[in-house]
Ligand binder design. Structure first.
Ligand code: SF4
Length: 404
């Protein structure tokens, strides 16, 4: 896979060495067991795959190069480039300005942009409406484009099934930048509706089968269907695509469920199901699959707790947390700064969108086993910071250096 020039501050010699060694030993990526850092009183089990993915490194390389090559220009990002506060703050500190927040709320009015300005499209991609807006302001919309190719692959898939007259069901978070972009690209070619989870997929199925009155659809899916969507006409042939970072098991469950509903409702067989249901397989990206499989592999090991490092608004990171917290106490932190002491930690509850403090973080009695992973937008340097801080609590710095 292509390698990128990423600022050295985001790298970690420790993590790079571990990743390179695992890659050499397992080129086909079949082994999802964690790497064990045995520091005596504490064992840290590092997931097989974590940290910066292809799309994030690509976006960082383009953004930093753009800043370097345009010292005299004003540089804007449509919104956060990726969901990591450290990377976004670094860009802000270099003079980059965000035009919108992650929910699409305008921070800087369009009217303030000039044709000579540089506008960078984030890794999530953007909507056709925003591209048109930039064009109307004299700005070439895709000149500085960091849209991840795996996101574009979803748009292409939606386009392909749309051309065959299937309606596109997008499994994604309706407010997420990527899902908004996918929705926009998809609806340009075919009727499109967004479902955020399996319960919304069940609700949609009620409209497919006519169990619920059609008029209710427009209320229940408000803001999630394309202009002119006809609930009676447009749910007769469907296909499912996903936001690239959803939980793999849920994505599979939704696609299987909708296919079963179509099969039963229209009395189809496996040989004729394609008449009503497009086989898209899932459109999750490789990093989502690898990172979630690595967490599943890591969870096979006995451990006392798990730590997941990443931006609090990062979708892919929150799904790693979801997997871990189903099995053991899990702390979602943005960096080692959140670890206040051996007992106290500030961590994010993404279900209720609030940061909490726990005062029973590391068990008093050892030895302690900790599972550790991070999201696809999290610099490895932050994970190393967490490892070093924990090693200090157990006076294991020398052992860590020896391990390095
Ligand atoms: S998580 Fe996947 S889709 Fe998102 S930027 Fe990374 S590789 Fe691309």
């Amino acid at each position: 896979m292509k390698t990128f020039e990423v600022p050295v501050i985001y790298r970690s010699p420790l993590i790079s060495a571990i990743k390179n060694k695992r890659k050499e030993q397992d080129r086909m990526k079949k082994d999802f067991t964690p790497t064990v850092l045995d520091l005596g009183a504490v064992r840290i089990l590092l997931a097989r795959h974590f940290g910066f993915c292809y799309g994030v490194e690509n976006a960082i390389e383009i953004a930093f190069r753009t800043i370097e090559e345009n010292p005299d220009k004003r540089i804007f990002l449509l919104s956060e480039m990726i969901h990591n506060p450290h990377v976004n703050n670094d860009l802000l500190s270099r003079g980059v300005q965000f035009l919108m927040d992650t929910s699409g709320r305008q921070l800087i009015p369009w009217e303030q942009l000039k044709a000579a300005d540089v506008v960078i499209i984030p890794a999530f991609g953007t909507t056709l409406e925003i591209e048109a807006k930039l064009t109307s302001l004299g700005i070439i919309p895709l000149q500085y484009n960091t849209t991840c190719p795996f996101v574009e692959r979803v748009w292409n898939k939606a386009g392909q099934i749309g051309q065959k007259d299937y309606t596109v069901i997008v499994h994604g978070k309706p407010g997420h930048e990527e899902t908004r972009a996918t929705f926009s690209h998809s609806q340009a070619g075919t009727p499109t509706v967004v479902v955020k989870d399996i319960s919304e997929a069940r609700l949609l199925a009620d409209f497919i089968t006519g169990t619920q009155p059609a008029s209710l659809f427009y209320e229940r899916f408000k803001g999630q269907y394309s202009t002119g969507f006809d609930v009676v006409q447009h749910l007769q042939r469907v296909g499912v695509v996903n936001q690239t970072t959803m939980l793999a098991t849920e994505t599979q469950a939704i696609a299987d469920y909708i296919r079963d509903v179509m099969q039963q409702h229209y009395q189809l067989t496996p040989a004729t199901i394609h008449e009503r249901f497009a086989d898209t397989r899932d459109t999750l990206c490789y990093a989502t699959n690898d990172n979630q499989s690595a967490v599943t592999g890591m969870l096979q090991q006995p451990a006392d707790l798990a730590i997941v490092v990443g931006g609090y608004n990062s979708s892919n990171t929150s799904h790693l947390v979801e997997l871990c917290e189903a099995r053991l106490p899990t702390y979602f932190i943005s960096s080692e700064e959140k670890i206040l002491s051996r007992a106290a930690i500030l961590h994010y509850d993404f279900h209720h969108k609030q940061e909490l403090q726990s005062n029973t973080f590391l068990p008093e009695q050892g030895p302690v086993s900790i599972l550790l992973t991070s999201g696809a937008s999290c610099p490895d340097a932050l994970v190393e910071g967490v490892i070093r801080k924990i090693a200090r609590f157990y006076n294991a710095e020398e052992k860590l250096e020896a391990a390095i």
